[in-house]
Design a protein around this ligand. Structure first.
Ligand code: C2E
Ligand code: MG
Ligand code: MG
Ligand code: MG
Length: 280
């Protein structure tokens, strides 16, 4: 019997830590090369106007297809991209690509189609951020009103005064600003009234179990009512059932997005869907 009963566990534990550190380093080195190697692509998840049932736009969602690791979900590499500063280049690629793609679809006849792009905290806090947005729009010849930038509450609150300035400049440009994952952050209602935003996007955790039997309905109803009060549009993300759609319609929620309506689609599949809609 060992004098140090925990000894073995400590060895195992540090071995595990080493493995994790190694994996992280490996992931980081792959991530550094991913842009040049064209391993990223965007999927587009449709947003539906609940009043008309028509397509309103899409949310661009990044995908990373690595030859060894396979498809790495954004939740596994966006935080690392943030920590390493790689997010600046990746984010700017997403912006450019999404704007160009949306313009191409508008040119196919979907004139009012909008696109939403997720912006992470470090990307948003860069001094050149607004300039980059302008450049992406200009390069794509996309009118600013067709671009929505999705920011989370924690992104905005990191440096609230600066964030408000940036959001104001974006709105002056004509770009729309949306609060993503609304309800999961910790922004107080007093902030909300000062934030220059156009849209609230209710987090999918409230929508996923939405039914008349859960208390989520009360929260969702309150957020939608507040949206009307603040004169902003409300989007529900994560809609997975017909019943949820019906409830959201009854509550006069403006837009919905979710697996029940559409999965995120590759650009090719999104375009097929557009063409199918335009003939029907
Ligand atoms: P998000 O912006 O809240 O995006 C919505 C996420 O919910 C997407 O996951 C989408 O596939 C998923 N989703 C949509 N409908 C449903 C549904 O009905 N049920 C369920 N269970 N999930 C649904 P995804 O694509 O894995 O993205 C995860 C997060 O990664 C995003 O959350 C966003 O925060 C981040 N992200 C994605 N693309 C980008 C990007 O280009 N830049 C940055 N900075 N972040 C991104
Ligand atoms: Mg989003
Ligand atoms: Mg979201
Ligand atoms: Mg989310």
């Amino acid at each position: 019997r060992s004098k140090y009963p925990g000894g073995n566990r400590i060895t195992l534990y540090s071995k595990k830590m080493n493995e994790e550190a190694f994996k992280r380093l490996e992931l980081e080195s792959y991530l550094r090369k991913a842009l040049q190697k064209h391993e990223f692509f965007l999927c587009y998840q449709p947003l539906i106007d609940l009043k008309t049932g028509k397509l309103y736009g899409s949310e661009a969602l990044i995908r990373w297809n690595h030859p060894v690791l396979g498809l790495v979900p954004p939740g596994d590499f966006i935080p690392l991209a943030e920590e390493t500063g790689l997010i600046e280049e990746i984010g700017s690629w997403v912006l450019k690509t999404a704007c160009k793609q949306n313009k191409q679809w508008q040119n196919l006849g979907m004139e009012g189609l909008t696109v939403s792009v997720n912006v992470s905290a470090n990307q948003f806090q860069q001094t050149k951020f607004v300039k980059e947005v302008k450049r992406a729009l200009a390069d794509a010849h996309l009118e600013p009103k067709y671009l929505t930038l999705e920011l989370t509450e924690s992104t905005m609150l990191r440096n609230i005064d600066h964030s408000i300035e940036v959001m104001k400049s974006l709105q002056k440009l004509g770009v729309r600003v949306s609060i993503d994952d609304f309800g999961t952050g910790y922004s107080s209602l007093s902030y909300l009234k000062d934030l220059p935003i156009n849209t609230l996007k209710i987090d999918r955790s409230f929508i996923n179990n939405l039914s008349l039997e859960t208390t989520d309905i009360a929260i969702v109803k309150a957020i939608i009512t507040m949206g009307y009060g603040l004169a902003v549009k409300v989007v529900a993300e994560g809609v997975e059932t017909e019943e949820q759609i019906k409830l959201l319609k009854d509550l006069n929620c403006h837009y919905a997005q979710g697996f029940y309506l559409h999965q995120p689609l590759t650009a090719v599949d999104f375009e097929k869907m557009l063409l199918a809609k335009s003939i029907s």
